[in-house]
Design a protein around this ligand. Structure first.
Ligand code: NAP
Length: 313
């Protein structure tokens, strides 16, 4: 029986691993297919405190992992296929084995919805981005397109006007979904332009993004549209399929936690983007990972009569 199993290897999961390992709980970390999570999509992370020169997303993942392993975390480079979270002994399955644990920390993150058009995957980090906070700075003085018509598209589009000279919001319908106040703000901003009834058919470029092939759904006209960057904000999908029916999810399928990262299932904690539809930053994910690990440690101590600092109860 393990003390702590952590599912996910982004900043939330690996920070939980560092704290759990330092508490001598020998955590097992299941990395999943996308080791390091969404942070590895960012070519240069410039807003993580402590790295004034910035840091590559994959480099950051490797540093987190090294730090966790240094204190005794065990990495398992496999995908979790099934979980049983009820009771005092939780079971976590991979294709080849079953692991039992007193606690489970879920840090499976979320996935930005992709357009699914040709060129999108190949040009991620080379003009295609899903994070304005991470990548906006690289488009200072440039023209960027934002895809989507919801709150994220308008919010992030407005944020991008801090850097870009021109932001064109491309939306598939003739009406925005975003809140009225954001629509008003965007329409007032001289840097913001709109293309309605328009979809992206292809993202084109060799080494980096050169232009988009757009189609107007009303006229069927196809055009090439020159931009330096494209930011895609068509929603996020929390990675919670494994947990449906076992823990409480909200209307957007995010895991419901209290401020101590407890889920409704005792001994099961969640941290990072899988329970956060708002901030979605590496540093906030790391913070909640820390809380989840401390709470797991406390849970085990309470259940087994182990010593635990009064001040943290
Ligand atoms: P969202 O509200 O689901 O909006 C997604 C947008 O992407 C919609 O305009 C949708 O078009 C479009 N879209 C979806 N699939 C597409 C595709 N395949 N091709 C082209 N366009 C596509 O998602 P969100 O904007 O990320 O917001 C998620 C949640 O967070 C919402 O509850 C939102 O209110 C909240 N949020 C709030 C704030 C804020 O209050 N400041 C900021 C950000 C997010 P259609 O409109 O045609 O469906």
């Amino acid at each position: 029986m393990h003390d702590v199993v952590i599912i996910g290897s982004g900043p939330a999961g690996l920070t939980a691993a560092i704290y759990a390992a330092r508490a001598n709980l020998n955590p097992l970390v299941f990395t999943g297919m996308e080791r390091g999570g969404q942070v590895t999509l960012t070519s240069d992370l410039e807003n993580y405190p402590g790295f004034p020169e910035g840091l590559g997303g994959f480099d950051m993942y490797q540093r987190f992992e090294q730090q966790a392993m240094r204190f005794g975390a065990e990495m398992i480079y496999e995908v979790v296929t099934k979980v049983e979270l009820q009771g005092d002994s939780k079971n976590v399955y991979t294709a080849s084995e079953t692991y039992s644990s007193k606690t489970v920390i879920i840090a499976t993150g979320s996935t930005p919805r992709r357009l699914g058009v040709s060129g999108e995957d190949r040009l991620i980090g080379k003009g295609v981005s899903y994070c304005a906070t991470c990548d906006g700075f690289f488009f200072t003085g440039k023209h960027v397109a934002v895809i989507g018509g919801g709150n994220s598209a308008l919010d992030e589009g407005l944020f991008l006007t801090r850097y870009a000279d021109k932001v064109t919001i491309i939306h598939r319908r003739d009406r925005l979904r975003a809140d009225a106040i954001l629509q008003e703000r965007a329409k007032k901003n001289k840097k913001v332009h709109f293309l309605f009834d328009t979809i992206v058919e292809e993202i084109i470029g060799e080494e980096s993004l050169n232009h988009l092939r757009l189609k107007n759904l009303k006229t069927e006209a196809v055009d090439s549209f020159q931009v330096d960057g494209v930011f895609i904000f068509i929603g996020h999908k929390p990675n919670t399929d494994l947990f449906v029916g076992q823990i409480d999810l909200d209307a957007g399928n995010y895991i419901v936690t209290d401020r101590r990262m407890h889920t409704n299932q005792s001994g099961v904690f969640a941290c990072g983007d899988v329970q956060d539809a708002i901030y979605r930053q590496a540093v906030t994910a790391a913070g909640t990972g820390c809380i989840a690990a401390i709470e797991a440690e406390k849970y085990i101590a309470e259940h087994e009569g182990r010593a635990y600092p009064e001040s943290r109860k």
